[in-house]
Ligand binder design. Sequence first.
Ligand code: IFM
Length: 456
Amino acid sequence: MPKANINEQLNLRRTDFPANFRWGSSTSSYQIEGAAQEGGRGESIWDRFTSMPGKIRDASSGAVACDHYHRWPADLDLAQSLGTNAYRFSIAWPRIFPNGRAAKPNAQGLDFYSRLVEGMLERGLEPWATLYHWDLPQALQDQGGWAQRETVDAFLAYTDVMTRHLGDRVKNWITHNEPWCTAFIGNFEGHHAPGLKDFKVAMQVCHHLLVSHGLAIPVIRRNVPDARVGAALSLHPLRAASDRAEDVAATQRHDGLRNRWFLDALYGRGYPQDIWAVLGSNAPQVAPNDMNVIATPTDFLGVNYYFPENVADAPSQGVMQTRVVELENIERTDFGWEVSPEGMVELLARVARDYHPEHIFLTENGSTYDDLVSPDGVVHDVKRRDYLQRHLKALHQILQLGIPVEGYFAWSLLDNFEWAEGYVRRFGLTHVDFQTQQRRLKASGLWYQAFLRGEF
Ligand code: IFM
């Protein structure tokens, strides 16, 4: 379909959004940087996990990934060429403290992020730094990882160093990316590093992540004049798989751990009592004052939105006794994730109604499809383009409802290492040929660029 026609049908322009709206793209260190053994970087739990047979679908790792460590100037040029005014990245803790903690940080790691941030500022990209996007130093995991309270102290020391070092230039700080995933995919399902399968451990990890978030806030504020601090949560609108009372109750439980566990705690309500009761002996150890710490006021809520879930009762399934079911005749991405822009409206309306965050940023949203480079050299990813357009339309609707969303970060700038899926799943607006490291904007990226540059 010619460009003009698509955009006429969509009827959406950048000027329909506030002038100071943040438009960006998102990435994370382990997924793009590569250079795993350069610059004094230490081993991360993902280096270790990917070296274990059978953990990664294509037996790959992030050892080279997009080679962003060497190619970052060109990648930032790309982000700038899109017309974005913000860029979200994460810092690899093992580049700063190769063994997790030390009296002195690794100067080469600090320099790398300093240059990266300078590069953003030179290109008019507001830096949004995430402190923890899953690459824990392996040395800390060897001592028990996030299940140990000492890891919280190590995180605070790392946070202190990073915010002192970059705080004059980086004002927007995200403590954790998707703590649900860190805790449960990594420590209960075992599909992500460190690959544990222990629900009780996952609950303790989850609690320590939240405590570390709360304790990091005053550290960041002390070091960064005009800091804005928040966490990026993976949240989902949930639907009962049927009208059966059991499925409705299961959905309530699922919501309790997926969404409310984080939102209730961050917004000062403590952990949801209904879930605490279900957890029994799996409930985490909570020190006096922890819940106050977790509820330390933030400056914004980061929401990563991908898909809704349909939930059924499953008495034989673990502590929570819930199951996510795949309903038929539903539009899905090639990952099997339901495509639901209306779910994003529903989710943000719910968050705004129940928790009243004053500022919200969509810190991730995106889709994966099996892209092919056509003989004409173009990746005609019409499904991803359509996904992006429909979610931006939904975003506009969200703003019209008066919900205070102030920015949108597309996941992702580049195809990259998609964790347990290796390089099989491509989420980029930019195609990366992992043999040659050639980048080329896909049709979705070209459309985002035209939208952001006001070309229609
Ligand atoms: O690639 C991930 C990212 O690291 C965290 N949020 C979801 C993305 C897609 O799965």
